[in-house]
Design a protein around this ligand. Structure first.
Ligand SMILES: *Cc1c(COP(=O)(O)O)cnc(C)c1O
Length: 398
């Protein structure tokens, strides 16, 4: 049939560029030691940075949440789906981030992808608004900017001078500077203090996507805001709850008026069923851990693992950009080569994600190693040893 044949041609073209994506089936909870397609593996590819996804207290809270609130929320937040669990979670998040925001309020979402769509469409709703977007921003920020009526200007990675020139030239009624805090495929940090100073000077919002910073950065886990000691009414903060927080969902925290506007106007918030309340209830346990002594210990262990990888990896051909976060990329270049290295590691029982375009720029296919506080120092040493040896014996013509 021609309809199907036209799709099959597209799929074949992807395959010829080594761009076909495949899913593996995991049979065990998120942890370094997994059973994947029936086989035990040591994994370095989850974003469960603090190892909370399988934490006994979080699992217990999820059970408790289900017995208190049932399985589903039944409706959107503005109809009848906004439960006490959602409301308490939002209050806790606002309180947690209040050292960094003025008149802090938080709004919870089913996913970070939706939170970004909601935030950018609500704040960038006017046709004469402008969004200034960093070139390596996450897909959900790019899609949110496309969905907003605002016009979009892209500035190059970490180029504060280019951003300054764009803001200087802008006559927009609303200016939104939008950036990842920790870049999801590189692990480096945006120069947020300089960016915030520019935003304050030009009356612009600074929208920070802290998907990889919330819970992992800062003494108390308050993310990039705490790491850099930021405080401003211009800040709009998005944190995800399926990564370091180990459960699922996301939130936006900002001045109460920003949140109220989103409740009134943001279609990706209004027209969707609220997340199961048990997830919100479980997240209260995650927040207790993140903000408490155990969270601080887990963050310290994560730093020790990063230092160990740094000390043990001895690569000369494959490039390692500087990263001080749990995201540790090894840039290979060609798609097929990155895939073969990923497959080689997998054969040795090590699961590391090979990332290709369009997730990363063309010719920068890479291994994206992610570390979790649930890893041991020995497990990290094992990975480093395997990579060192593979590079030494690598045959390009293979
Ligand atoms: C994961 C991620 C998101 C999306 O969050 P989900 O809750 O997984 O939908 C948004 N931004 C960045 C930078 C991310 O890494």
């Amino acid at each position: 049939m021609e309809l199907i044949a036209s799709l099959d041609r597209k799929l074949k073209a992807l395959d010829e560029q080594s761009l076909t994506r495949r899913r593996r089936v995991v049979d065990t909870p998120s942890a370094p030691r997994l059973v994947v397609d029936g086989r035990p593996m040591l994994a370095f590819c989850s974003n469960d940075y603090l190892g909370l996804a399988a934490h006994p207290l979080v699992i217990e809270a999820l059970r408790e949440g289900a017995s208190l609130y049932g399985a589903g929320s039944g409706a959107s937040h503005l109809i009848s789906g906004h439960t006490r669990a959602h409301d308490v979670l939002e209050e806790r998040l606002a309180d947690f981030l209040s050292p960094h925001l003025e008149s802090a309020r938080a709004l919870s979402f089913c996913t970070g992808y939706m939170a970004n769509l909601a935030m950018l469409t609500a704040l960038g709703a006017d046709a004469d608004a402008e969004i200034f977007s960093e070139s390596l921003n996450h897909a959900s920020l790019i899609d949110g900017a496309r969905l907003a009526r605002a016009s979009v200007k892209v500035y190059q990675h970490a180029d504060v001078e280019a951003l300054a020139a764009l803001l200087e030239a802008s006559r927009a009624s609303t200016k939104l500077v939008v950036t990842d805090s920790v870049f999801s495929m590189d692990g480096d940090l945006a120069p947020l203090p300089q960016m915030l100073a520019l935003c304050e000077k030009h009356g612009a919002w600074l929208v920070i996507d802290d998907a990889h910073g919330f819970g992992t950065l800062g003494q108390h886990g308050r993310g990039a805001l705490e790491h850099f000691g930021l405080k401003s009414p211009n800040l709009v903060y998005m944190g995800t709850l399926g990564k370091a927080a180990g459960v699922g969902g996301a939130f936006v925290a900002a001045h109460a008026s920003v949140i109220e506007l989103m409740i009134q106007k943001a279609r990706p918030y209004i027209f969707t069923t609220a997340a199961p309340p048990a997830l919100a209830h479980a997240l209260l346990a995650s927040l207790d851990i993140i903000g408490g002594g155990e969270g601080a210990e887990r963050r310290a262990h994560l730093q020790a693992l990063i230092a160990r990888l740094d000390a043990d990896l001895r690569l000369s051909r494959w490039e390692r950009p500087v990263s001080t976060t749990a995201i540790q990329p090894v840039i290979i270049g060609r798609n097929d080569e990155a895939m073969r290295i990923g497959a080689g590691l997998y054969q040795r029982g090590l699961w590391v994600a090979a990332i290709r375009p369009p997730t990363v720029p063309v010719d920068t296919a890479r291994l994206r190693i992610t570390l979790s506080a649930a890893h041991t120092l020995d497990e990290v040493a094992l990975l480093a040893g395997a990579l060192n040896e593979m590079e030494r014996t690598w045959d390009e013509s293979q």
